[in-house]
Ligand binder design. Structure first.
Ligand SMILES: NC(=O)c1ccc[n+]([C@@H]2O[C@H](COP(=O)([O-])OP(=O)(O)OC[C@H]3O[C@@H](n4cnc5c(N)ncnc54)[C@H](OP(=O)(O)O)[C@@H]3O)[C@@H](O)[C@H]2O)c1
Length: 253
């Protein structure tokens, strides 16, 4: 029986593929049969992942992209489609976090976090969404939100604001683009150990935080494999505008 989770013949674009969750998602989609365009600024890392995927029998292409610059997004998406064909799946994953009290964030902090996580994600989704509409093939857009977009976290107010905006954007795009067969959903992971937060877990504050998490543990990027595959696949045909926490129940508490 054909698995509804196979992605043979599909083309996926992943932003933030140079590390952490994006790196993991790229491998998961490639293993399911998708051809993957790997986008980020650190092209050396993308080239290494491209080779890794090729060695496993998959097809990938590295694409330089700075999501804070709209011209760079357009050029990167153009390069991805020139190499692999029309994009069927977008994993809108690039993100940054800056920790500070709400009273102390600077304008530079604001521009950095909102410029990457919200403005960047918006223009990536807009560029890919327009192309999906023109191609009349439907599509899947998966925005990588966070538990921090669902409930406030100390020191992560600005990051949470950007992810709350991303959640609103997800619903708006889902509503507008449903008629084109494009499903736009967001996943909201809890704490997962990646370069974004790796140093934090050895600090006193990090150790204390783990004791307050529902399962007293930090997640692993592999925890999200099934969810990303579901939302990228034909099985998600009716799942649209969903905001899915994947955080051991942290946002529910
Ligand atoms: N780890 C967690 O606990 C957690 C929890 C919830 C949500 N998330 C979200 O998951 C996503 C991935 O985070 P991660 O944990 O995997 O962190 P990470 O390892 O630091 O990866 C972040 C990725 O974003 C890319 N990026 C940053 N600025 C960019 C820019 N201007 N243009 C293009 N790409 C840019 C980075 O690539 P380059 O530096 O090479 O450009 C990198 O590949 C983020 O959206 C994050 O908010 C993470």
């Amino acid at each position: 029986m054909h698995s509804p989770f196979r992605l043979d013949g599909k083309v996926a674009l992943l932003t933030g593929a140079s590390s952490g969750l994006g790196h993991r998602f790229a491998g998961v989609l490639a293993a399911a049969g998708a051809q993957v365009a790997l986008a980020a600024r650190r092209t050396g890392r993308l080239a290494a992942l491209e080779q890794e995927i090729a060695a496993g029998g998959g097809k990938a292409v590295a694409v330089e992209m700075d999501v804070t610059r709209v011209n760079s997004i357009a050029a990167g998406v153009e390069k991805a489609e020139a190499a692999l064909g029309p994009i069927d799946i977008l994993i809108n994953n690039s993100g940054v976090a800056t920790e500070q009290r709400m009273g102390r964030f600077t304008e530079a902090d604001y521009d950095h976090v909102m410029g990457t996580n919200l403005k960047g994600a918006f223009f990536v989704a807009q560029e890919v969404g327009r192309r999906m509409i023109d191609a009349k093939r439907g599509g899947r857009i998966i925005n990588v939100g966070s538990t921090a977009g669902l409930r406030p976290f100390t020191m992560l107010g600005l990051y949470g604001m950007s992810k709350a905006g991303l959640i609103y954007m997800t619903r708006s795009m889902a509503t507008e683009w449903a008629r084109h067969g494009i499903c736009v959903n967001a996943i909201c992971p809890g704490y997962i150990k990646t370069e974004l937060n790796a140093e934090h877990w050895d600090t006193e504050a990090g150790k204390k935080l783990i004791t307050m998490l529902p399962r007293r543990r930090i997640g692993n990027p592999a925890d999200l494999d099934g969810l990303i595959l579901l939302l990228a696949s034909d099985a998600a045909e009716t799942i649209n505008g969903a905001i899915i926490p994947a955080d051991d129940g942290f946002a529910a508490g």
